[in-house]
Design a binder for this molecule. Structure first.
Ligand code: HAM
Length: 459
């Protein structure tokens, strides 16, 4: 028989609940918000690697970098992405600021780049204007696998030309980029969603197809049917995927101009030997698309649940914002999804470079002098590791050993007075005393010799 359980008084129970609430509240303060994540030092190497490949390629293709603000007016996205899209109707991080303005964290980059193009009068530059950006985007989505509330995109926009060769240039650029990042040849899914003219007829055909199938699709899609019927084709729910088999095909409703455009696009892709999959249901989740839409899926993402990126043509977006007819096309890729694909493909990225030397100190004077030496060596291009919090030589040598640094400079009280320093080779354990003023030249000479030996061993 166990001990009789103590019955807690009502007040005691209330106190426990109140204490727990305080603990929960305090814990919340030291946790990231839902769907937001820190990028820790150990993951930075992936980001650095991506930038090191992305920037040279995109600049070689003639793009210039643009950085737009993270906060924008909410109406910019309502007018471009569309009020009936999920991004605007459900996912905007919007709020009224202290001046009473309705503003939001940007959910994507295209509308902001279009705004910058208009605001800075880029119409007068040589067309097309090619811009790229890298940065965080915000969507208040339900966080799940590879879907975050803060995520990062790199994006490319080509503004001021309506030729299909530019859509293809974008596809070539992104497929080559993904290949260089080591994830193999990704799948290109492509469609043409027509222009204002042919969309109306297709919309009617779609509505009449779904009229008798309303009960077969999810409640979200029933809602979408009345607000934005194209979105039904985009739904990833199994029953909606099943119901769309047999739905009318966009291609059959394209006007002559859009059909000709689509054929030219595919011919250019063939000429460049870029394989693609015709995906009649690729309508994309933003309202501004016309003609070409495309997505890039990693080779093992069969249904495009975690698309690496997407894009297409948006010939009316700038006209809708400012009245000037400026056609454009673009692409944006998700960086977190790209890193997930790189990890899945076991892509080896370069580690952070090891320091050339470790600088150890012993005593207060040596600590200060070691900082002066650190700066001097840094300016000479020598990378130096040190730990000013450790005072014992043994613990500093342990750190140097763990970091794999071959050469250690030891500056003690005696050396400070003598104007010398000790160089220790961690592999042989050998030590030498040299003149303090000769360190930069001596260190560079030794590093060169070590590099030479390393190269010969690896031949
Ligand atoms: P999007 O398809 O909405 O297009 O986003 C592009 C990519 O951003 C997605 O394919 C995905 O990799 C990533 N992404 C989107 N939402 C999330 C999320 N919640 N979590 C993680 N990654 C996400 C656009 O944004 C258009 N602006 C693309 C474009 C540029 N069209 C023309 N120019």
């Amino acid at each position: 028989m166990g001990r009789p359980r103590k019955v807690l008084s009502e007040q005691a129970q209330k106190d426990i609940v109140a204490t727990q609430a305080v603990i929960d509240d305090k814990t919340k303060d030291v946790q990231s918000l839902r769907g937001m994540r820190d990028t820790l030092p150990q993951d930075q190497k992936y980001w650095q690697f991506i930038y090191s490949k992305l920037i040279p390629i995109v600049e070689a293709y003639g793009f210039s970098r643009i950085d737009t603000p993270i906060l924008e007016s909410t109406s910019l996205f309502k007018r471009t992405i569309g009020t009936d899209t999920d991004i605007v109707s459900k996912e905007l991080f919007s709020f009224i600021d202290k001046n009473g303005d309705d503003i939001c964290l940007r959910p994507e980059g295209t509308a902001a780049v279009a705004k910058a193009y208009i605001e800075h009068g880029m119409f007068s530059e040589v067309q097309p204007v090619k811009l790229y950006y890298i940065g965080p985007m915000y969507r208040h989505e339900k966080p799940q696998d590879q879907r975050f509330r803060q995520f990062h995109q790199f994006g490319f926009e080509i503004i001021g030309d309506r030729s299909p060769i530019l859509d293809v240039e974008l596809i070539l650029l992104v497929t080559e980029l993904y290949k260089e990042l080591g994830i193999g040849t990704p799948n290109v899914e492509i469609n043409n969603v027509g222009c204002k003219k042919c969309r109306t007829e297709y919309k009617q055909a779609l509505l009449s197809y779904y009229k008798s199938r309303r009960y077969k699709i999810c409640s979200n899609c029933n809602d979408r049917l009345s607000r934005n019927p194209f979105r039904v084709l985009d739904c990833k729910e199994d029953r909606c995927i099943e119901a769309k088999e047999g739905a009318p095909n966009f291609v059959d409703y394209l006007c002559d101009e859009c059909q000709g455009y689509f054929i030219k696009t595919l011919e250019h892709l063939d000429a460049l030997k870029i394989s693609y999959n015709l995906n009649n249901y690729l309508v994309r989740g933003l309202d501004y698309y016309t003609k070409t839409t495309f997505e890039i899926w990693s080779s093992n993402d069969k249904g495009g649940k975690h698309a690496l990126g997407g894009g297409g043509r948006y010939d009316y977006l700038i006209e809708d914002l400012c009245g000037r007819d400026v056609p454009a096309c673009g692409y944006a890729g998700g960086i977190e999804r790209l890193i997930a694909a790189m990890k899945e493909n076991n892509v080896v990225v370069p580690e952070k470079k090891k320091a050339d030397v470790f600088l150890a100190h012993l005593g207060e004077q040596a600590k200060i002098k070691s900082l002066i030496l650190f700066e001097e060596l840094r300016k000479e291009g020598v990378t130096v590791a040190h730990n000013l919090s450790k005072n014992q030589l043994r613990s500093q040598l342990e750190i140097a050993n763990k970091s794999g640094t071959r050469l250690v400079l030891i500056l003690g009280q005696k050396e400070v007075l003598d104007g010398t320093i000790i160089i220790r080779d961690m592999d042989s354990g050998g030590q030498e005393v040299i003149n303090f003023d000769k360190i930069p030249t001596e260190i560079k000479k030794r590093l060169e010799k070590l590099n030479q030996t390393h190269k010969e061993v690896n031949l």
